[in-house]
Design a protein around this ligand. Sequence first.
Ligand code: TTP
Ligand code: CA
Length: 362
Amino acid sequence: MERVIVHVDMDYFYAAIEEREDPSLKGKAIVVCMYSNRGEEGGAVSTCNYTARDMGIHSAMPCRQARSIYPDAVFLPVRKDFYKEVSDDIMKLLQSNADTDEAFEQISIDEAFLEITESSSGNFKHSFEIANTIKEEVKRNAGITCSVGIGPNKLIAKMASSFQKPDGITVIEPEKVQEFLSPMPVKKLWGIGRVTEEKLSEMGIESIGELAKLDVLKLVEAFGKNRGTLLKRLASGTDESPVKEKTSSDQIGRMASLKHDSRDEKMVFELMDELVEDVIAKATSRNVAFRSITATVIYSNFKTETKSRTLNHAVYDKEILRKNAMDTMQHFLDNSRLNFRRIGIRVGNLQERTGQKSLFDF
Ligand code: TTP
Ligand code: CA
């Protein structure tokens, strides 16, 4: 099955959070500044919203210059720790939409890859619906917008997410990859910096399509073997690298699809039983106890619902997990008429198992 890879990138991230925090800023140009130790006179623009961008302000511009372009903009100092908290919540939410917790890779404070090959059944049409759901969840939970790119690999997904910004969804099906890349200038290719761009320009190469057609030997001659062959691969839209979790995560979760969309209790409970076993096995191998439990259902129309519970103490107990999971599934069954497509269970607030006991130990 062809892989289906999603890249999510928050729109004007720091400024979007400030806008959310203070609704009176809505509609105004907002510039978030990283002031240097020379106070408000020094420092550079961290980011700004699209209203400010329309005026010509952009990241890395001296704040003083931004002020002279548009003195009426709202200038705010960065609050990095706060943005990091918002980011952590968003990343958890994104991770819960990946096929497995491991099929998730955060690459910056506001960007991540997730693989949805299984949940979309390898179908790029379904993937659009999933992207929509992800955007709605981010909007509902974090109050900001994001742009989503979907493609057969990380390279294409990453480039697709910046194709329609802000608030866009771009799906590039495998057979559309060449058409998508060819007309773009080489500097848009992920991983190409200014030096490479200039060198290629001297060789008469301006578009990605031209680069893809160039004899690889010419590239090897100009850039060396590794870089030369890499450029050729990138330009042809090839990227085999897996989506994989970089740091050990603060949660363990499993999701799976029912054999077919259904609201048959037996089918739902049996599958949930397997997921609970898997999660407990993983918690055992990592020697952790958990304090929160979250169950998820994705209905046949791709709408997602989750329900979380935080326990008073960290526990390591299969029966507690199973009971919570089953109760929540029952709750979902009782409160909707839709068929279930996928279900999931995760545990979080992990702690190393030192003294925690399972209920059986008492
Ligand atoms: P980006 O994703 O590059 O930018 P953005 O989210 O502000 O805007 P876009 O809609 O184009 O995605 O960076 C994410 C955050 O990183 C950004 O909100 C602020 C911070 N940042 C800096 O502090 N300095 C910089 O030069 C850049 C580029 C980003
Ligand atoms: Ca961003």
